[in-house]
Design a binder for this molecule. Structure first.
Ligand code: PLP
Length: 420
């Protein structure tokens, strides 16, 4: 009898039969509060009626039309619609199927556009599991151990992550100073500007532990990118489409006057409520440097996925899901901080919008992977599905659908408190 490979071992015990909103149901009819959302994908909740309707309609019209062979209406419409929500200037779009492919596409484009070999990535970043994406990933050795040699040309610089420097008593200002000085050193000693195609960075570290960046850091990256002709590639795969309580994760850090805009932006996950579609956006003069045939594949911008994405973007706007993510995120962080106050092993509650991490440490301040795993397991037993993240998987993360309501947030916090 065939079985799933060990790499596909599930993080939760649920065998789902169907989903509705923030709930999943199993074969026994038990309801589970799903605060994993397919790792931040089902942004409008499971099976939102408008998304289901749009996908069903499209299935009856056209399922697939390979996008370098024919154009189809959902792709035309999605391109227009994304133009309304993307940062100004990012007017040329390329589509693929997964976040990893988007990261690969950004990497290839950055090299093609600059003719330079290196990519500088930031410690704790996650960009996916294909060989190129894994090469740019530094959020855990499990993503790259055992299949070297990886892609050359990746250089790592620190991300301003206060939790890594807690022992030193450093706050955000100091870690940001440190990160930018180290970046200058990297440009001086490891990857000269003439060899550096792009900085590749997430606005909020995802797999790396749900650590938000900050305005000064991104302004510093933009300044150095401008000075040296390096492209700023922002990975919004997990942070995009309202997840952080603003439309894009980087919107938190653009600054009042400083319009920190990416040169290349990746997107995926929350765009289509579960249908596989991803892409990159860039200024036309950059995108034009990628010649036909050098990017793309058979399935990119599948017609049904495009239709589901269009419906998803409509629902995000109509139901004010960005504002809801902001409000419900604040509510959840406040509740989690109250729980943390009684429990010394929780050393940090952080995040933006509905991308929230709770960090566990032992009595010596060391990452407490075992407790994070035990809490996740106990919460699942009590009907709340959660994931972990962080370099030691010492962080329990909350990433529910953006449609989550006040009561459901209270329920999740109560179950979590019981599990803790
Ligand atoms: N980039 C970021 C920031 C991610 O969070 C992820 C997935 O979690 C990826 C890229 C890779 O996406 P995928 O798993 O769809 O390949």
């Amino acid at each position: 009898m065939a079985q799933l490979s060990p790499q596909l071992k599930q993080a939760t015990p649920v065998v789902a039969t169907h989903g509705e909103g923030v709930y999943l149901y199993d074969e026994a009819g038990t309801r589970h509060l799903d605060f994993t959302a397919g790792i931040g994908v089902t942004s409008t909740g499971h099976c939102h009626p408008k998304v289901v309707e749009a996908a069903q309609r499209q299935v009856g019209n056209l399922i697939h039309g390979q996008y370098t062979t024919i154009m189809h209406k959902p792709l035309q419409q999605l391109t227009q619609k994304l133009g309304e929500v993307l940062p100004q200037g990012l007017d040329s779009l390329f589509f693929a199927n997964s976040g990893s492919e988007a990261a690969e596409a950004a990497l290839r484009l950055a090299r093609q556009a600059t003719g330079r070999p290196n990519i500088i990535v930031f410690q704790g970043g996650f960009h996916g599991r294909t060989v190129a994406a894994a090469s740019m990933t530094t959020s855990g050795t499990k993503f790259k151990a055992g299949f070297s040699p990886l892609m050359p040309g990746v250089v790592v610089s620190p991300f301003p992550n206060p939790s890594m420097y807690r022992d030193l008593g450093w706050g955000q200002e100091q870690v940001t100073d440190f990160a930018l000085k180290q970046l200058d050193l990297v440009l001086q000693t490891q990857s000269s500007p003439a060899d550096t195609a792009a900085f590749m960075v997430e606005p909020v570290l995802g797999e790396g532990g749900y650590v938000p960046g900050n305005e000064r850091f991104f302004a510093g990256l933009r300044e150095r990118a401008d000075k040296h002709g390096i492209l700023l590639a922002i990975d919004e795969v997990q942070t995009g489409f309202g997840r952080t309580g603003k439309y894009w994760g980087l919107d938190h850090f653009r600054g009042e006057d400083s319009a920190v805009t990416p040169d290349i932006q990746m997107f995926a996950k929350g765009i289509a409520s579960g249908f596989p579609i991803s892409g990159i956006a860039a200024r036309s003069e950059i995108m034009e440097k990628a010649w036909p045939g050098s990017q793309g594949g058979t399935y990119g911008a599948n017609a049904v996925a495009c239709a589901a994405a269009l419906a998803t973007l409509d629902v995000i706007a109509e139901e004010n899901l960005v504002a809801n993510a902001d409000a419900r995120g604040e509510q959840l962080r406040a509740a989690l901080r109250r729980i943390a106050a009684d429990y010394p092993h929780i050393v940090d509650v952080r995040g933006l919008g509905l991308m929230i991490g709770v960090e566990f440490a032992d009595a010596h301040g060391q990452p407490d992977t075992a407790t994070a795993a035990a809490v996740q397991k106990e919460a699942a037993k009590r009907g709340l599905l959660l994931l972990t993240c962080g370099p030691w998987t010492e962080v329990v993360r909350f990433i529910p659908a953006l449609v989550v309501n006040e009561q459901q947030v209270d329920d999740a916090a109560e179950i979590f408190a019981g599990a803790v």
